[in-house]
Design a protein. Structure first.
Length: 251
């Protein structure tokens, strides 16, 4: 068993980095889910199939990139209900990180999950600034508020952590993340581009081909995947009430 060293996080208590609540942006039981803004999470119990609650929802966000073993139009619903799909994603996560594979999220897995988290609520290998609109507007000026965009980007980061690991831990380059309405128009984006909500990115992985990156995205719960000559566009359109409500793999 190989447990990667934990970062300097205190996992015995919650340290709230941002005071305001942010909209997670998923639909569960027909309503929007809300969750605290990014923080070092306090895992207070072992989580297993049949459990429910906000901690299960946070677990689902963090293992969402491990949705399938092979190319599959499926994703881990962030609904706070620990069911078979969540258990399978937990098992894949555990296998990928050299943990005990039992489908149960206990202390060993909690440590690994928080190792992936940075102190500002971003993830270990991605910074919020990488996803800022390239016109200097940060997370503002899109089709949803800046706090919603930031939370959506946080969720996207965890999926991209999975893609990065599947790509041999080679650097994952963010060519485009969130776009303001004005920036999206200036680059010729569609009027309902998923970039406008912070649920999409254009990525490339060092030493990996576009086809390889697409294959990683096909197992990582992305409902939108578009092939370009030099990069790949993954997005989570079907999970959000404002996203395009259908699968679209243009690969």
């Amino acid at each position: 068993m190989t447990l990667e060293p934990a970062a300097n996080h205190t996992v015995s208590r919650r340290r709230v980095i941002s005071g305001a609540a942010a909209v997670v942006g998923a639909v569960a039981a027909g309503s929007l889910i809300t969750a605290p803004a990014a923080h070092a999470y306090d895992w207070t119990r072992t989580l297993r199939n049949g459990d429910s609650g906000d901690d299960v929802r946070e677990l689902q966000i963090r293992v969402a990139g491990w949705a399938a073993d092979s190319a599959s139009r499926t994703y881990v619903a962030v609904d706070g209900q620990f069911g078979p799909a969540t258990e399978s994603a937990v098992r894949r996560f555990q296998s990928a990180y050299g943990l005990t594979v039992n489908g149960v999220a206990g202390a060993e897995m909690h440590t690994q999950l928080n190792w992936l988290e940075s102190s500002d609520g971003s993830t270990r290998h991605f910074a919020f600034s990488e996803f800022h609109s390239k016109d200097g507007s940060g997370f503002s000026g899109g089709k949803v508020g800046a706090s919603t965009v930031k939370e959506n980007v946080r969720r996207l980061m965890y999926k991209l952590e999975a893609v990065r690991r599947k790509g041999g831990n080679n650097p994952c380059i963010i060519n485009s993340g969130f776009r303001s309405v004005s920036h999206n128009a200036s680059v010729g984006g569609t009027s309902n581009s998923q970039h406008l909500y912070g649920i999409a990115a254009d990525i490339a992985i060092a030493n990996r081909s576009v086809s390889q990156v697409i294959s990683y995205c096909q197992t990582s719960g992305f409902s939108g995947i578009i092939r370009y000559s030099t990069h790949t566009h993954p997005d989570s359109r079907i999970e959000y009430p404002y996203g395009a409500q259908s699968w679209w793999w243009d690969i």
